[in-house]
Design a protein around this ligand. Structure first.
Ligand code: EPZ
Length: 442
């Protein structure tokens, strides 16, 4: 079978990995380059599929993109920006959600944009209503047509008073990338304030934007007629760090994550310690280990920043299947983010999913038909099985479970992992994982 990763479980992962720029910032910073009248450079760029997708989309729109993969640097010159062919955009975008963030910059530059029907991970229906709503309030004309959505700006976009129904990361980015060159002031209430949002604001500020983040989750943007280029080193990927930290816990190993940043991981580190893991912070990274300790069950609720990040819960659920007792996880950001537990149950985990909100965080999914709370009883002995990777973070959790399980597992659809984890197979091998890497069948 092509593209199958074979995993022989039971070995602790020990060694070090290097984490580079955040998957949830770098592609957005690359889109921001479209707003500039001068070239831009982004550094600390990981070799992941999401970066390749945006590189291709930028080139489709006439942007010169030079990617030095070893150095992790991308040079972008938007001076030749032009309208791209919609069919090519659709073909290149695949299931990426990044194309929707091209709207603001393209409307400022060429007056129109096309968003192919979006994909992204299968963790909910991933609507874009907040995005289209804020674009209309800037003065854009939005029309849904077969294959995608057309956005037009008949006149210069104007700043608006906006409020998001939920602190959506993507919709906040949509507002930032549109408001910076709109005419007048934009006020966004209910904004996302994740570290990646602050880093995107730093990129835009370097270009000449005027953006203020207030203490009540309100962001205020004063539109300017022109922006320059930027030279920016992306913040490191906190989600990849949390994934490898959990790998150390699940396999009872010891992993040093070079590039791990305590500032962006506070909520994660508290939970890591409460479950029974340990960590040591240095200037260049963080060492994670378990030290043979029994793992403690706990009650966990995901939330927007500075809460416990939704992308951290999938790998952590694997650790909770090994904890001595009953744990509860209430997923409040996405309605359908426990699909990955099917494979864990087939491996022997004891997990029940519930429609009720099992926690105190106000949740949009209560009393609707969403299995968004999980009750996990441990410790459960895991046995290797065959599985297909469902999505990026769920896929990482499947691999973790296979690494901790007795016996052999075979994973198909492994390519999804490369969307967000740089050099995934090399890192696993470097940590001593007993795996057989897929030989790509041409
Ligand atoms: C970003 O997705 C990240 N992806 C996600 O990471 C992350 O989990 C998420 O933010 C939350 O932090 C990227 O940055 C590429 P949202 P995004 O808009 O922007 C609802 C990973 O594994 N919503 O904050 O798409 C939505 O359905 C990925 O790295 C609407 O209802 O997330 C969800 O319930 C997974 N209408 C909630 O808001 C909209 O128009 C949060 O979504 C937009 C969002």
């Amino acid at each position: 079978m092509s593209n199958v990763l074979t995993i022989h479980g039971g070995k602790p992962l020990k060694g070090s990995v290097t984490v580079r720029g955040a998957k949830n910032l770098v592609p957005k910073a690359m889109v921001a380059a479209l707003l500039g009248s001068k070239p831009s450079v982004i550094r600390n760029v990981p070799e992941i599929k999401d970066v390749e997708v945006v590189t291709g989309l930028l080139r489709l729109h006439g942007v010169v993109v030079e990617h030095n993969k070893e150095a992790g640097e991308i040079y972008m010159d938007p001076s030749g920006l032009k309208i791209a062919n919609n069919a090519e955009i659709d073909a290149f975008a695949g299931d990426s959600r990044i194309p929707i963030l091209f709207c603001g910059p393209l409307m400022h530059a060429i007056g129109a944009a096309f968003i192919p029907d979006l994909g992204g991970c299968k963790i909910g229906d991933r609507p874009i209503d907040y995005h289209l709503d804020v674009l209309r309030q800037f003065g854009a004309e939005v029309s849904k047509e077969p294959g995608g959505t057309y956005i037009r700006a008949p006149y210069r976009l104007t700043g608006a008073k906006l409020e998001l129904p939920y602190p959506s990361v993507g919709a906040t980015e949509q507002v930032l990338l549109t408001a910076v060159k709109a005419d007048g002031i934009t006020e966004l209430k209910g904004a996302a304030v994740e570290p990646e949002i602050h880093d995107l604001i730093h990129v835009l500020q370097k270009m000449g934007a005027i953006i203020t983040v207030q203490t009540d989750r309100t962001i205020r943007i004063e539109g300017v007629p022109e922006l320059g280029g930027y030279n920016h080193t992306a913040l490191n990927d906190r989600n990849e760090t949390a994934s490898w930290a959990t790998a150390a816990m699940v396999t009872d190993g010891d992993i040093y994550v070079e590039g791990a940043t305590q500032r962006d991981l506070t909520a994660f580190l508290n939970v890591y310690r409460k479950i029974g893991g340990d960590f040591e912070v240095s200037d260049a990274g963080i060492r994670f280990w378990r030290g043979g300790a029994d793992l403690n069950p706990l009650v966990l609720e995901t939330d927007v920043h500075p809460g416990f990040m939704t992308d951290w819960q999938q790998p952590l659920v694997v650790a909770l299947t090994q904890a001595e007792g009953v744990s509860i996880v209430h997923e409040t950001v996405y309605e359908n983010r426990f699909g990955f537990t099917d494979a864990l149950i087939r491996m022997g985990a004891s997990i029940q999913l519930h429609r009720e909100c099992l926690g105190s965080v106000p949740c949009r999914f209560g009393q609707r038909n969403f299995l968004h709370s999980a009750v996990i009883s441990g410790p459960a002995e895991l046995t290797g099985t065959d599985f297909t990777i469902p999505d990026l973070r769920g896929g990482f959790s499947h691999v973790l479970a296979a690494l901790a399980a007795k016996g052999t597992s075979r994973a198909t659809g492994i390519d999804v992992i490369n969307r967000g984890y740089e050099k995934f197979f090399e890192k696993l091998e470097g940590l001593g994982a007993d795996i057989e890497i897929p030989i790509k069948v041409k």
